[in-house]
Design a protein around this ligand. Structure first.
Ligand code: BDR
Ligand code: CA
Length: 310
């Protein structure tokens, strides 16, 4: 089996951290680089958190580069209320063993795309600011991108506003560029990720499985409680990990090709992924949209892989 070559652009973030860990625990994925963006918290924190997570699982060999510290055209709004000021509320704060690479996220992605023989998959689990840079600033190497898989958007309800999901809402202008890029794109939105939740019991299962499992359990202690208190849900959606799970096992998430456009104009629906589920516009499909997930198999895969990390 040839491992799929992946660059993960993220804003850790509890679920981003778990996505990094799942990728590193999975032989189906070769994680070539991690790039960071401002989103859940500031760029300084998201970068530090990516470095911390890679340290924890003994993968300080994976390069990390910091990208954009704010959306393309707007001020940054964070989700610190959900993830804590540091972005990873729960576990004890530990300083990373290294700093980020001495190049930007865009430069690192360019380096990877140019140097790999196989086309590379870009996975984005934060606002799409860095990925929009790839689209606008590296047009001559788009062919090196196998596909882009994002966590973001929703066909139906939003989570940050009634109409919009957080990652798209933070930088709708970047999302518009990515969705109109013509590069194969899969959107794992809230229809899918709101089914992909873990509970306190899962935290307990992981707590005994070594330091990485304990770390995830400590993340879940905070993240599950937040979702129980805020939404009354039994657990916390591990949104971002679904992108990686989808690459590991494409039968987990059911997708449908459709036209999706990003609202960057209105106020009430700013950042909405306007998904033409029933083809009423006649516009061509530009996105494979996730509509459902086999939750039990997702949970089994995620827990199995995480508990193998030593
Ligand atoms: C997305 O927003 C962030 O808070 C999470 O990390 C995830 O990427 C879910 O809407
Ligand atoms: Ca995220």
């Amino acid at each position: 089996m040839l491992a799929r070559k992946v660059v993960l652009d993220c804003d850790p973030g509890h679920d981003d951290a778990i996505a990094i860990m799942l990728a590193c625990a999975s032989p189906e994925i070769e994680l070539l680089a991690v790039t960071t963006v401002a989103g859940n918290v500031t760029l300084e924190h998201t970068t530090r958190n990516a470095l911390r997570v890679l340290d924890l699982i003994g993968r300080a060999d994976i390069p990390v580069a910091a990208g954009r510290d704010r959306p393309l055209l707007r001020d940054l709004s964070t989700a610190a209320v959900m993830h804590g000021e540091s972005g990873l509320a729960g576990p004890l704060e530990v300083e990373p063993s290294r700093g980020p690479a001495d190049l930007t996220a865009l430069e690192l992605i360019e380096q990877v795309l140019v140097s790999e023989v196989e086309p590379v998959t870009l996975v984005a689990t934060g606002p799409l600011t860095n990925i929009a840079d790839v689209i606008t600033q590296l047009p001559e190497i788009h062919g090196r991108i196998r596909e882009i898989v994002i966590m973001g958007g929703a066909v139906e309800l939003g989570n940050w506003t009634p109409a919009a999901e957080f990652n798209i809402w933070v930088d709708p202008d970047a999302a518009k560029i990515v969705f109109e890029s013509g590069i194969p794109l899969t959107m794992i939105g809230l229809e899918v990720t709101h089914k992909a939740w873990l509970t306190d019991e899962h935290a307990e299962q992981l707590r005994g499985s070594g330091r990485p499992g304990e770390f995830v359990a400590e993340l879940l202690d905070h993240f599950v409680k937040f979702h129980q208190d805020r939404f009354g849900w039994p657990g916390a959606p591990i949104h971002d990990a679904v992108t990686i799970a989808h690459l590991i096992d494409p039968t987990l998430v059911t997708t449908l090709a459709m036209n999706v456009q990003i609202d960057t104009i209105s106020s009430l629906c700013m950042g909405r992924t306007v998904a033409d589920r029933w083809s009423v516009t006649g516009l061509p499909a530009n996105v494979h949209v996730g509509l459902d997930i086999d939750r039990d198999r997702f949970v089994t895969l995620l827990l199995g892989r995480l508990s193998q990390l030593a």
